[in-house]
Design a protein around this ligand. Structure first.
Ligand code: SAM
Length: 291
């Protein structure tokens, strides 16, 4: 296993131990990790649809392999920790198979608890002619136990009517909503990374960092470990580092690991460009795009 750890810190609050990137098969990499050492595992596995980085397998083989990776992830997960498995559809012969439906039993066999099935909604993708164009994917958020980290205040979003008050009853005249904002709900509209996105790299399907940041802030505390077993170009690691968490990731493609390393270096140098969390979505129908 080729293991690479980032070098000199140009970003004072980060120390070199805070990022661990490896070009490795994930099962091999995880073997060397300590049980119950990770607070958040956030990832997007291959969908078995023949992308550049995957070989198409029979679905039984695909599920068997996912079962092994998920088992190892459960072993690594701390008792108050979370697993977020982000998936879309496997497509064959024009028929879709939502991978969350397929993989849900693989988490339940370990007794994990599904807390949310978050719908990630985005604006860009293939234009279908024989079915409605797909514009969402899912994040299955599981916890290991009933006592888990959930920092809702860290991820509240602006209320629709921030000054709204109770108009009757004992609380009449008091603000009816939380002054820190509202719960972001389980439907998240975050632009996906297409060619004109500020975070676009050579990877065909990378996470927007903003998606990971919300999970990191809500499901971990500063100093906690975050791991992505299908790291790609390191978006999960970037999301972790940006909030002073420790980032671990591995990918089998050296080129992606190199880009991940470069992004970490750029983050430390203060030159990495990411889309700002909570920035309004561009709307061509609104004056100025709605910004
Ligand atoms: C959907 S992509 C993840 C992209 C990532 N979320 C990002 O933001 O860049 C899946 C990744 O899994 C990697 N991969 C596939 N099989 C793997 C394995 N056995 N071990 C580690 N990585 C693997 C692929 O090379 C690919 O980069």
């Amino acid at each position: 296993m080729l293991r690479r750890t980032s070098e000199a810190s140009l970003f004072p609050q980060f120390d070199v131990r805070q990022v661990h990137l490896a070009c490795s098969d994930n099962l091999a990499y995880m073997q060397s990790m300590q049980a119950e050492s990770i607070q958040l595992i956030v990832t997007s596995p291959p969908y078995n649809i023949g992308k550049a980085y995957e070989h198409r397998h029979e679905m039984e083989d695909y599920v068997r392999r996912q079962r092994q990776v998920i088992s190892e992830c459960v072993r690594l997960l701390s008792p108050r920790g979370s697993i977020c498995w982000q998936v879309g559809n496997h497509v064959a012969g024009g028929e879709i198979l939502p991978l969350d439906i397929l993989l849900y039993p693989e988490f339940k066999r370990h007794g994990l608890f599904l807390r949310n099935r978050i719908i990630w909604q985005f604006g860009h993708g293939l234009h279908c002619s024989k079915r409605f164009s797909g514009r969402h994917e899912a994040i299955m958020w599981f916890t290991k136990t009933g006592d888990y980290v959930f920092n809702l205040d860290a991820v509240r979003v602006p209320s629709k009517y921030p000054g709204k008050k109770h108009f009757k009853g004992p609380k009449r005249g008091e603000l009816s909503g939380n002054p820190m904002g509202k719960n972001p709900t389980d439907v998240w509209e975050i632009p996906n990374v297409k060619s004109n996105h500020v975070e676009k790299t050579i990877h065909p399907c990378q996470f927007p960092v903003e998606l990971v940041e919300r999970l990191v802030l809500a499901l971990t505390n500063p100093g906690d470990a975050v791991f992505d077993p299908y790291m790609g170009v390191g978006s999960s690691v970037i999301g972790a580092l940006r909030h002073d968490r420790v980032g671990y990731g591995c990918d089998i493609v050296q080129e992606y690991v190199d880009v991940a390393q470069q992004r970490v270096d750029d983050l430390r140098a203060g030159t990495l460009r990411t889309r700002e969390m909570g920035k309004p979505i561009y709307d061509p129908d609104k004056p100025g795009g709605g910004h």
